[in-house]
Write a protein that binds this ligand. Structure first.
Ligand code: TRP
Length: 326
């Protein structure tokens, strides 16, 4: 089986966009590939180094979400980045051959600095973010990396660095490819892209009451002021969410009801709420169960970390030898 690797940064909570865009895809891949999935807690420190206090909780919460969303520890390897020190060793060794200009030119570098301009991100670690990501990937000699389109520049530099390493020291690393799967864009409750920075997200950790409230109070087509005003579903963020969570028949039904004023906005939202609940209910149950069982979580992640470490160590034997470190 070919290897797949992906990671998620442990900063902030997991929302429906992360679920549909990443985690559900990871779950699908675990049957056909040898999958490694990890929590990137060092990456969280590259921009969050001033506030390490929430890190432990976010790592635990992310781990719970991984499993609650359907990652099966019997099928895939789940681990924590900072528990496999070999990533740091490879990151260091790769830093020897990485031209500064390559890192400075990664578009996310300037973009993120601008986005998070209240933080001081003129650090060595932040510049090295894509290099650490490269080490995460190639240390497993992974072929496929399921990521969102925003991560494509990081995969690009990963390939360039793998190639440069192979040129200097012999063929050790395959060039990893982004695995971009088609999935629907999940809009937030205000119609913009769902994102924690827009304050428009529905989180897996939200209670049923919170989710219901967020969806019930969503804006709809502004033309539908009164119950018998006709609307255009395409102008309603609620309908955009129906496209992700409701069946084709339900979408047709609410769209028709909206155009003819046959149904009210609340009727439309109730269908959506039911469908979002259907996705979230098993996740809530599993979250609840896992939160009450720290022993189980620890055993899952210990086992995964051990497996990952073994794979990483195999690569590092080759790397050290290739770089004269024997
Ligand atoms: N940069 C990724 C993100 O923000 C997280 C990440 C770290 C990652 N290392 C990785 C993703 C390796 C894929 C492979 O989502």
């Amino acid at each position: 089986m070919e290897r797949v690797l992906s990671g998620m940064q442990s900063s902030g909570r997991v929302h429906l966009g992360n679920l549909v865009g990443a985690l559900q895809n990871w779950v699908r891949l675990q049957d056909s590939y040898e999958c490694f999935y990890f929590i990137a807690d060092w990456h969280a420190l590259t921009s969050g180094y001033e506030h390490p206090e929430g890190l432990k909780e976010s790592v635990t919460d992310l781990l719970i979400n991984f499993i609650a969303a359907g990652l099966d520890p019997d099928k895939c390897t789940i681990f924590i980045q900072s528990k496999v020190l070999e990533h740091a060793e490879l990151h260091l060794l790769l830093s020897m051959i990485t031209p500064l200009g390559w890192l400075e030119r990664v578009p996310t570098y300037k973009e993120k600095q601008h986005e998070l301009r209240e933080r001081d991100l003129s650090t060595y670690g932040f510049l090295g973010y894509p290099l650490l990501q490269t080490a995460d990937i190639i240390i497993y000699r992974a072929k496929h990396v399921p990521v969102g389109i925003d991560q494509v520049p990081h995969l690009e530099i990963s390939r360039e660095i793998a190639r440069r390493f192979n040129n200097f020291y012999g063929d050790i690393f395959p060039e990893p490819e982004a695995l971009l799967t088609q999935f629907p864009k999940v809009p937030g409750v205000d119609g913009r892209k769902m994102s924690k920075s827009y304050n428009n997200a529905v989180y897996l950790s939200d209670s049923p009451q919170e989710v219901e409230h967020k969806l019930r109070t969503m804006a709809t087509d502004p033309a539908r002021v009164r119950r018998n005003d006709r609307g255009d579903p395409e102008l309603s963020p609620v309908f955009q969410l129906h496209k992700v969570f409701s069946s084709k028949e339900e979408q047709d039904e609410v769209a028709e009801g909206c155009r003819t004023a046959g149904i009210g906005c609340l009727d439309c939202k109730k269908v959506l709420i039911r469908n979002v609940f259907r996705v979230l209910e098993p996740i809530w149950d599993k979250r609840q169960q896992l939160s009450n069982d720290p022993e189980q979580l620890k055993s899952i992640v210990d086992k995964g970390t051990e497996k990952a470490r073994k794979a990483a160590q195999e690569t590092m034997v080759l790397v050290r030898r290739a770089m004269g470190l024997v």
